[in-house]
Ligand binder design. Structure first.
Ligand code: S3P
Length: 178
């Protein structure tokens, strides 16, 4: 499948909370469209030579956010990418505006319950390593949802049929007019 001509020099930007399917969907979109995929989290891990968990644990969240802003700036200078944004990226207005100016953005929307179900028992998301993760998810999502909603399109990502999200985005890309 090819991107319509008017989207050729644009980026495709996926935003949303942790575990809303950005990683799988970005891989699928990049494969189907023959584009390069960039994950802000993976870029940060490559730069630092350590995992997100280690960065949070040893250097703290403000340090991580600074790296995230730098990686966002890098991505915003490139085109033809599918960008998988870590959950905090679009919650920062400057980050979101910088990326959104380079292309077309999608919010993969999922409920707190769906996110909780998908992250339960995992330890790779430092923000959710708390006593009551569902409460934390609800609080964070309530704050972030209005930011995520600034994306060009909102796609329902509640079902565990994750291939459906990529399919829907591919369809939107075919009919989208800038
Ligand atoms: C975060 C989301 C994570 C990662 C970090 C912080 C957040 O990315 O960037 O743990 O603030 O929501 P995913 O959304 O890919 O899990």
């Amino acid at each position: 499948m090819h991107l319509p001509a008017h989207l050729k020099d644009k980026n495709i930007i996926l935003v949303g909370f942790m575990a809303c399917g950005k990683t799988y969907t970005s891989r699928e979109l990049a494969k189907r469209l023959g584009l390069m995929r960039v994950s802000t989290d993976e870029r940060i891990e490559e730069r630092e030579g350590r995992s997100i968990s280690q960065i949070f644990l040893v250097s703290g969240e403000p340090y991580f956010r600074q790296l995230e802003r730098e990686v966002v700036k890098e991505c915003a200078q490139r085109t033809g990418l599918v960008i998988d944004c870590g959950g905090g990226v679009a919650a920062d207005e400057e980050n979101f505006n910088a990326l959104n100016a380079t292309g077309i953005s999608f919010y993969l929307e999922a409920s707190p319950e769906a996110i909780h179900r998908r992250t339960k028992g995992r330890t790779d998301r430092p923000l959710l390593n708390v006593k009551d993760p569902l409460k934390k998810i609800k609080e964070l999502l309530a704050k972030r949802d209005p930011h995520y909603r600034k994306a060009n399109y909102v796609v329902d990502s509640n079902e565990d049929n994750i291939g459906k999200v990529a399919h829907e985005i591919l369809h939107i890309l075919q009919v989208h007019r800038a």
